[in-house]
Design a protein around this ligand. Structure first.
Ligand code: ZN
Length: 494
């Protein structure tokens, strides 16, 4: 594969301009292999490179996927305030066996499926307020480079051809397993490694596999076939960020084997110890202690969640646990998030200038002009300390409480808005947002009137009518709790 340099290393740039918030302490992140926090010092001064494994586009994403995306969206937003330049690459896997199976199940072409799913992904993530990454490469655009990388590994005798497949030999790279921090035996036992008779070692993984006529395929020196998933990310990360870059992220479930395998390929060719200075992994979103996943069927799609819950509330809920810890998804988590978001928006609405600010431009207008941004804020200290979002959210609640007592304090309003701009929160006009967040347009007064009517119906022993009113309120997202005769509490359900 002459001419293809699979591991292009970018030249160091001269980005010497001081950053907007250069007086801040450095960002510290915990890297998965070491388990210790360390300062993030970009390889290219003032230019941070981030690669995050994006979706395989075969179906709508669920909240577990959304959690990972929101965490890295916050990292991207924070990095943009810290460094002169940030290159954030999040790939799209558009060639994968899951896609082939789903297209077959639905009786549509792979092109139709990936086109539709990508459009869903774009609209759902926009609705959640995710910023567009700097680059969003698709695997199918890089197949030549993947063939080049596979050929280079064969040349180095780190790979072999067997039964039409090209496999990476894990024995060829001694540090294999150091990212996942698992001994080889445990990896064999714990990993869902595809057992295949043509593998020399059960941990060897596919770089290239043959395609049947009905499967997508590209011509290669090893016949018509398609790349392995791990090779896709190795090529795309190296193309945009070089063979070693600052931060590689993804969900914890990608740590092994995906990231381990990606790292082995890149490092074997580059001769470097690692392909990322920091590996960041977000832990699982669980439901009743079980991982939210397509295979278990216990998932809520991001699209469905956004029909019921405002994006600010979803983001708050998804960020309410530290990214390295599990987050169990319960109605209470959402309810608490809504109470907090409403409380902060109410505090902002009481501020004269903010309440009149024009929606999305509010953060820019108020937060950035003549204000030292994140300096000296407890929320910024929390975010710079391994992206401690729960602590930053608690800080926001505390600032909002102060603002309620001192509604015209512009500095407090600015603190909320600038922190919100990093967390992707509070960029709507407060009055407008609060109006839309009311369930089905029912005001508290209207809800109380319906509750009073229900009490009257119960007193008249018209239980059918009382039940009907309860059911109407339930449809409007209002849950009733009877405390004593004639005394009913209500709350909104999300
Ligand atoms: Zn990946």
């Amino acid at each position: 594969m002459g001419g293809v340099d699979p591991l292009r290393v970018p030249k160091s740039g001269a980005f010497s301009v001081s950053t907007q918030f250069s007086k801040l302490p450095p960002l510290r992140l915990q890297s998965s292999p070491s388990g210790t926090k360390k300062d993030v010092i970009p390889l290219i001064p003032d230019h941070l490179g981030i690669y995050v494994c994006g979706p395989t586009i075969y179906d709508r994403i669920h909240l577990g996927n959304a959690r990972c995306l929101v965490v890295f969206d916050v990292l991207f937003r924070l990095a943009q305030k810290l460094y002169q330049r940030v290159t954030y690459v999040r790939n799209i896997t558009d060639v994968d066996d899951k896609i082939n199976v789903q297209a077959q199940n639905l009786g549509i072409s792979i092109h139709q499926l990936t086109k539709q799913t990508f459009a869903w992904f774009e609209s759902d993530t926009q609705a959640l307020g995710l910023l567009e990454p700097t680059h969003q490469p698709r695997a199918t655009e890089f197949v030549d480079q993947m063939i080049g990388l596979t050929a280079a590994l064969l040349e180095k005798k780190a790979a072999y051809v067997a039964s039409g497949h090209v496999l990476f030999s894990v024995k060829s790279w001694a540090p294999y397993g150091q990212l996942a921090r698992m001994p080889i035996d445990q990896m064999k036992a714990g990993a869902r490694v595809e057992i295949a008779p043509y593998k020399q070692d059960p941990l060897d993984f596919v770089l290239w596999k043959p395609s049947e006529d009905h499967e997508p395929g590209w011509e290669s020196p090893w016949g018509r076939g398609r790349p392995g998933w791990h090779t896709e990310c190795a090529v795309m990360s190296a193309h945009y960020l070089g063979s070693i870059f600052d931060i590689h992220g993804g969900g914890r479930d990608l740590l092994f084997p995906h990231h381990e395998n990606e790292r082995a390929q890149t490092c074997l060719l580059s001769g470097q110890d690692d392909c990322a200075k920091t590996w960041m992994h977000t832990d699982m979103l669980t439901v009743g202690g079980q991982k939210m996943s397509k295979s278990l069927g216990n998932f809520i799609t991001l699209h469905d969640a956004l029909q019921q819950v405002p994006a600010d509330v979803l983001r708050w809920a998804l960020l309410s646990s530290h990214y390295r810890h599990c987050l169990d998804w319960t109605p209470q988590v959402v309810q608490q998030a809504k109470a907090c978001v409403v409380g902060v928006y109410q505090a902002l609405a009481a501020h004269n200038e903010v309440s009149k600010a024009p929606g999305a431009e509010m953060a820019d207008i108020l937060a950035m002009k003549g204000f030292d941004g994140l300096l000296d804020l407890p929320t910024s200290a929390a975010l710079l300390d391994d992206l401690n979002t729960p602590q930053a959210l608690a800080g926001l609640v505390a600032i909002a409480q102060k603002l309620r007592k001192d509604p015209e304090n512009t500095q407090l309003a600015q603190q909320i808005l600038v922190t919100g701009s990093v967390l992707g929160l509070f960029c709507h006009s407060p009055a407008q947002w609060l109006d839309q967040a009311r369930p089905q347009g029912l005001s508290p007064q209207e809800i109380q009137e319906l509750i009073d009517q229900r009490h009257q119906a119960r007193e008249a022993r018209d239980f059918a009518k009382a039940d009907e009113i309860r059911s109407c309120l339930a449809k409007a997202g209002v849950v009733l709790e009877d405390k004593a005769p004639g005394q009913t509490l209500w709350r909104t359900r999300l």
